[in-house]
Ligand binder design. Structure first.
Ligand SMILES: CC(=O)N[C@H]1[C@@H](OP(=O)(O)O)O[C@H](CO)[C@@H](O)[C@@H]1O
Ligand SMILES: [Mg+2]
Length: 542
């Protein structure tokens, strides 16, 4: 490995002076103009990680739901999961090293992680549709090749497709073929099999409107739709031909503004959904007969999926251990419904899919979703083998249920939350159960809630515990929040520093929208006063 070349080459990818970035909840993210050196360095780091793990590592160039001018990068570990936390620290250190220190930092990382430098390295790269992504992905490739790593550039991919490719490559193709056709075929085959079993295949279940956030999801759905068109017709909006990425559309916009995206023609009671900019999140919604908007978020998706899986297991006669994993942002009604009505255990982790994914791996079947629509279901290897066996052995209704489960397992992306895969799972379940979007929505009523952001001088002054539901520092803030919460009914509130934006996030829910709004505003003021707010004091106008 020629470390000298690293420094010579790094001058081509100069670090802007004074810029300090951190590997956050979803890698590095900032304005695309400041990211060239980060991409190069993440190429270098991916090679070290690949050598250490003796496996293929993924690098995805995307900034998901951020504005089009931003970009970002994250590394994908061998089984398609997010990068291990100790390597996130290496990533931050490498990203912020001065050019003359790069070699030393690389040597330090290699030594502390016992990286065998003689080992081969292989890195796969994917990128979203941002104008800056292509050039930035070439900088990643520069980093990979300067350390002698081999690579495959998949070009345009959704984030979960890159996770899938990494997983396939590191499981010798047992999970699926590591090609875009392999992905389309695996998912579509499972979906078409499932929908064939649906007795109600009326038109209502066959068509869906999809807002693609003007992002990569549109390209990939266009390529894929003929593979599954037997079971579902999709009508694409915000497909990137006119609008700007994530601008007034996409899953993040719909979830946070609780209103329909621009550019979508909605008729009452039609099922619609939105992807985010890199197609790893999905939310559903519809307009009722009075034209009122109803959002069906990640929590209700988790409820639909876990109730379907539970029913199938009951039919097959297998008692497997199902767990649902949420974050503090999960609506209180969803947690109550899952625990009290469905009788499934619910666990809360810190924000960020790596935490949810990790927890979900503890169960035979782990369903995890963030309220914003990022999630999937994980099945243990033993369960997968058992269900395949039962699908062959069992007959009649039990056999049918086992085959459904076998196909559902294939339909879920086991590496990461995936808008396309989740969309097909949801569509299959609705068709199989004969549920309309309104019936699905009626599983439970969301508690009114409000999310706000507060700007502070240094958001790191806020530290939390209990899966981010309680503040530890600064002193007095938790007491203030607890006192405010007591003023309202069915209320809950918490604050945490964001891992992707320079803000403190505030969440509140209560018995009415007015009360949720007031509580969120009062908590924002407490944060502003006790955690060093900057700029204007929060106002109650949202
Ligand atoms: C409240 C919220 O939606 N937070 C999002 C957001 O994280 P923050 O750490 O809250 O900025 O971006 C993450 C990455 O996309 C996503 O996993 C998470 O759910
Ligand atoms: Mg995303």
């Amino acid at each position: 490995m020629d470390l000298g070349a690293v420094t010579n080459h790094s001058t081509l990818h100069a670090k802007p002076s004074g810029l300090v970035l951190q590997y956050g909840t979803a890698g590095f993210r900032t304005n695309a103009e400041h990211l060239d050196h980060i991409m190069y360095r993440m190429g270098l780091l991916a090679v070290l990680r690949s050598k250490q793990m003796k496996a293929t590592i993924g690098v995805m160039v995307t900034a998901s739901h951020n504005p089009e001018e931003d970009n970002g990068v994250k590394l994908v570990d061998p089984l398609g999961e997010m990068l291990a936390p100790s390597w996130e620290e290496h990533a931050t250190r490498l990203a912020n090293a001065e050019e003359q220190d790069l070699q030393r930092v690389l040597v330090d990382i290699s030594e502390s992680e016992a990286v065998d430098l003689q080992q081969d390295a292989f890195v796969v790269i994917g990128r979203d549709t941002r104008p800056s992504s292509e050039k930035l992905s070439h900088s990643v490739i520069d980093g990979v090749t300067v350390l002698g790593g081999q690579f495959h550039d998949y070009g345009l991919l959704t984030t979960p497709q890159l996770h899938y490719m990494v997983y396939c490559r590191n499981t010798s193709g047992r999970y699926g073929k590591a090609t875009i056709e392999g992905y389309y075929q695996k998912l579509s085959k499972a979906f078409v099999e499932l929908t064939k079993q649906a007795s109600c295949s009326g038109d209502e279940y066959r068509s869906l409107k999809v807002d693609c956030a003007n992002g990569i999801g549109a390209l990939k759905l266009k390529e894929m739709q003929h593979y599954f068109s037997q079971g579902l017709l999709v009508q694409l909006f915000n497909d990137g031909t006119k609008g700007k990425l994530n601008h007034l559309c996409g899953a993040d916009f719909v979830k946070s503004h609780q209103k329909p995206p621009e550019g979508m023609e909605m008729k009452s009671n039609e099922r619609c959904c939105s992807f985010d900019g890199d197609a790893d999140r999905i939310v559903y919604y519809y307009l009722d007969a009075d034209g009122q908007f109803h959002l069906i978020d990640g929590d209700k998706i988790a409820a639909l999926i876990s109730s379907f899986l539970k029913d199938l297991l009951l039919e097959i006669g297998e008692s497997l251990d199902i767990g649902v994993v949420q974050t503090a942002y999960a609506n209180g009604s969803s947690t109550l419904y899952l625990e009290e009505v469905m009788k499934v255990p619910v666990y809360c982790t810190k924000t960020g899919v790596k935490h949810l994914h990790h927890k979900a791996q503890e169960f035979d079947i782990g369903v995890y979703f963030e309220a914003n629509g990022h999630g999937t279901a994980l099945f243990s290897k033993a369960v997968e083998v058992k269900i395949k066996q039962l699908a062959k052995e069992l007959e009649d209704n039990k056999g049918k249920a086992a085959k459904m489960l076998e196909n559902i397992i294939d339909l879920f992306n086991q590496a990461a939350g995936d808008a396309i895969s989740d969309m097909l799972v949801i569509e299959a379940i609705l068709a199989l159960k004969g549920l309309t979007v309104q019936q699905w929505d009626a599983l439970y009523m969301d508690l009114p809630n409000r999310q706000l952001k507060v700007k502070v001088a240094d958001r790191r002054v806020i530290s939390t515990t209990d899966a981010e539901r309680q503040v530890v520092t600064p002193p007095g803030l938790q007491e203030a929040i607890s006192d405010l919460v007591k003023k309202y009914k069915l209320s809950r509130a918490f604050v945490r520093p964001s891992g992707t934006e320079d803000v403190v996030r505030v969440y509140a829910e209560a018995d009415s929208q007015e009360n949720a709004d007031s509580l969120a505003h009062e908590v924002s003021l407490a944060v502003f006063q006790l955690a060093g707010g900057i700029g204007e004091r929060p106002t109650p106008n949202f």
